[in-house]
Design a protein around this ligand. Structure first.
Ligand code: GLP
Length: 241
């Protein structure tokens, strides 16, 4: 695990964008899994801008969902899909056939998990998985206590996740459950990036990186990942030894 600390959120975002671009330059057929959430917003803005500037072809890149709020449709502005569509898929002209996202309104959510597991299985391992960290140490919707050998699954969300999640929505929204790739898929990704920015993430970053590896803090498993980068700004890294 490599921990890299940047002076400010702008440098953090620029370098993370360059890592995404570098992955695609190296492998134009890459399979990417990119988190929603506030943290990577600037990273994606830079990714789209650098790709346009350098003329990087994203047309053969495949994208798989990290997570989604169950019951929230892709047209809801708070959905992970909507966010990525706005930030990356539309600006980069990604063909819809290359976008493999959870339908969080599906009647049979177990079948939906299997569908996404199968797509990953058919394509290959995820080349680059970029995740944020929840205030409780979650990755995607792998909440504290998760069985870490799982692939895609549904879960009841922590109260803290339900409350924090309201920030993505225009109106109060029921967010009791989530659908997510599992920790097994995170650990198998060729490259994993954990991105965190701001003082509010400092305490959980310290716990995840410097304390024991435990499913009580799912992000702590990044310590065991074979090729992981923890990319932080100074504020998020401020409690690290
Ligand atoms: C959310 C999402 C995660 C996200 C994390 C951090 O609940 N399920 O995929 O990475 O929590 O979000 P943010 O970047 O907004 O702090």
């Amino acid at each position: 695990m490599h921990t890299i600390v940047y002076d400010n959120p702008d440098q953090l975002a620029r370098s993370t964008a360059e890592k995404i671009i570098g992955t695609v330059e190296h492998n134009p057929n890459a399979l990417l899994c990119l988190a929603g959430g506030e943290t990577p917003r600037l990273t994606y803005r830079y990714t789209a801008a650098i790709a346009k500037d350098k003329g990087i072809d994203f047309s053969a890149v495949q994208f798989v969902s990290l997570d989604e709020w169950i019951g929230v449709s892709t047209s809801n502005t708070g959905s992970c899909y909507y966010f990525l569509q706005q930030m990356l898929f539309a600006p980069l002209d990604i063909p819809s056939a290359n976008i493999h996202f959870f339908d969080a309104c599906a009647v049979d959510l177990d079948a939906e998990c299997k569908r996404i597991d199968n797509i990953i299985g058919q394509l290959k391992d995820i080349d680059l998985m970029l995740v944020g960290i929840g205030m409780n140490g979650h990755i995607g919707f792998n909440e504290p206590g998760v069985a870490v050998d799982q692939a895609a699954h549904t879960t009841v969300l922590d109260i803290s996740t339900q409350q924090v999640g309201q920030k993505y929505f225009l109106e109060n929204t029921a967010l009791q459950k989530g659908i997510t790739l599992g920790m097994a898929q995170f650990m198998q990704a060729q490259t994993a990036i954990l991105l965190a920015s701001g003082i509010t993430k400092a305490a959980i970053i310290k716990k995840a990186l410097e304390e024991e590896i435990t499913n009580a803090v799912p992000a702590s498993f990044i310590q065991k990942h074979g090729n992981a980068f923890v990319m932080l700004d100074m504020a998020a890294a401020s409690l690290l030894q």
